[in-house]
Write a protein that binds this ligand. Structure first.
Ligand code: NAD
Length: 484
């Protein structure tokens, strides 16, 4: 297995160019150079993919669970066998350090396949007895052809997080990875071929969201859409899907608070707050971007945090000493810089960073930014309300528990929050009042794949993970049998 300069769609089990025969340039963020080409697919490719999926559905949906399980496990094994290849492709496409791709992104991708492969063997449904009258049982059947659309920040990790449960429950898929990070999805097509996945069960169509993505969402025969990406895109998708009564799962943006109380374990908090702020250049939907610190330790926190941020190494993602690689694209780098300029206009003080990282040689045109810490902004300003999705955090002081909760909830988003305190009672009081789908107490990004994953408010609709995903990708049907 290898990467190729010309990526192909995976439709009906074969690798093929887009009907348009056009390509989109794919940039390596670490150098700013084009290094591969993506099929510029449109509704014709999506039509072909849906047709292939429909043809594959009758056999796949009734395949013996053991057989389906074995195919999914083989896909996982192939990804794991080629971990280095997948990890390198992920870093080349996204600019993230190889140390992250090889220890987080790719291992989690094969784990997703294994997790849902084994889930399908254990999945069961309810029955409801009406004594002396009837018994009801819930039949959970696959939906049919479903659409899976994913973003660039955790490319294969999030792509497989949707594809694996959809396949496990017996659906056939038309999927689209982000046009910014298509390579590992292309490698996944090859892994599926090698694993013996029947043609048409999974189809991967590459291309732009406004063209290929939109065509998947609009297609009448795509019965459900599982989408992860920006809130505005989610809104557009919902507007198309809702009048057609498609089942929808939307995992959207965030503006996550880190609430740090005076009684926290300071050293432990510091290590994880650095991670939650700048892992993957802050380009993880779960990163904490608003750091709320209780006033008694505000100065101590600020001094230590800024000192450690200044020590972080930004550089070539393939160099093992780089803590931060490149951000995903030139446009994204400019967007983040525009937010830093906005923060200054809004009265914020840049405590460190705030600028591009100048690089030399082949990396001189890469998209590098210095990790940035800003203070002095009110919570209601745009910098503290809008998702920046880059290596930028703000810090704010608070006095009381009530104030911390009010600040944390005072945004349109509600994805995740982190709480640092050694008082177990306080941690529970706060967790229960936060309007977020996920709360981490004294930790960050500790993930059990069985737990419900998703956000409230503008961060999304529905939940992924464990049973939630198995339920999303199945249609419950109540069957009632009368007896006497
Ligand atoms: P995006 O919304 O621009 O794109 C996501 C995907 O949707 C891409 O594949 C894109 O091609 C496609 N797309 C774009 N327009 C479309 C349309 N009209 N119809 C159908 N598909 C379309 O998001 P992005 O910039 O790739 O990703 C970053 C965003 O994703 C951030 O907001 C981040 O918070 C969010 N995100 C959320 C989670 C979560 O679990 N809640 C996880 C990761 C990322």
């Amino acid at each position: 297995m290898k990467t190729e300069q010309y990526i192909k769609n995976y439709i009906n089990g074969t690798l093929q160019p887009a009907e348009s025969t056009e390509f989109i340039e794919n940039y390596d963020p670490s150098t700013g150079q084009v290094y591969s080409y993506i099929p510029d697919s449109d509704s014709r490719d999506v039509d072909k993919a849906v047709e292939a999926a429909q043809k594959a559905f009758p056999a796949w949906s009734v395949m013996h669970p053991q057989k389906r399980f074995r195919i999914l496990m083989r896909i996982a094994d192939i990804i794991e066998q080629h971990l280095d290849l997948f990890a390198e492709a992920e870093s080349r496409d996204s600019g993230k350090p190889l140390s992250l791709s090889s220890t987080v992104d790719i291992p989690r991708s094969h784990d997703n396949f294994r997790f849902f492969a084994t889930s399908l063997l254990h999945y069961s449904s309810e029955s409801h007895n009406m004594p002396g009258q009837a018994i009801n049982y819930t039949l959970r059947q696959p939906i049919g052809v479903v659409g899976c659309i994913s973003p660039w920040n955790l490319p294969l990790y999030l792509f497989s997080w949707k594809i694996a449960p959809a396949l496990a429950t017996g659906n056939c898929i038309v999927a689209k990875p982000s046009e910014l990070t298509p390579m590992t999805a292309f490698l996944l097509s090859k892994a599926c071929q090698e694993a013996g996945l029947p043609p048409g069960v999974l189809n991967i169509v590459h291309g732009l969201g406004s063209k290929a993505g939109q065509a998947i969402v609009e297609h009448n025969d795509v019965k459900a859409i599982s989408f992860t990406g920006g809130t505005n895109t989610g809104r557009k998708i919902a507007a198309v899907a809702a009048p057609n009564f498609k089942k929808l799962s939307l995992e959207l943006g965030g503006k996550n608070p880190n609430i740090i109380f005076e009684d926290c374990d300071f050293d432990e908090m510091m290590i994880h707050t650095l991670r939650s702020s700048f892992s993957n250049n802050g380009q993880i939907c779960l990163c904490g971007s608003r750091i709320l610190v209780q006033r008694g330790i505000y100065d101590k926190f600020k001094d230590e945090f800024v000192k450690r941020v200044q020590f972080m190494k930004v550089g070539n993602p393939f160099n093992s000493v780089s803590d931060l690689g490149a951000v995903v694209s030139k446009e994204h780098k400019e967007k983040v810089l525009a937010y830093i300029a906005l923060a200054e206009m809004e009265g914020g003080k840049i405590l460190c960073g705030g600028k591009p990282m100048e690089m030399k040689g082949e990396f001189a045109n890469g998209y590098y930014l210095k990790p940035t810490v800003i203070e002095g902004l009110p919570n209601q300003c745009r910098t503290n309300q809008e998702e920046i999705f880059g290596p930028v955090v703000t810090i704010q002081a608070f006095d009381t528990e009530e104030e911390a909760i009010a600040l944390a909830n005072d945004v349109e988003y509600g994805l995740a929050a982190t709480v640092w305190t050694t008082d177990i009672n306080k941690s529970q009081r706060v967790a229960q009042q936060l309007d977020t789908g996920i709360v981490w107490i004294n930790c960050w990004m500790v993930r059990d794949l069985r737990t419900p994953f998703g956000g409230m408010k503008n961060s999304g609709v529905g939940r992924e993970g464990g049973l939630e995903a198995m339920r999303f990708f199945t249609e419950p049907k109540n069957v009632c049998i009368k007896y006497s």
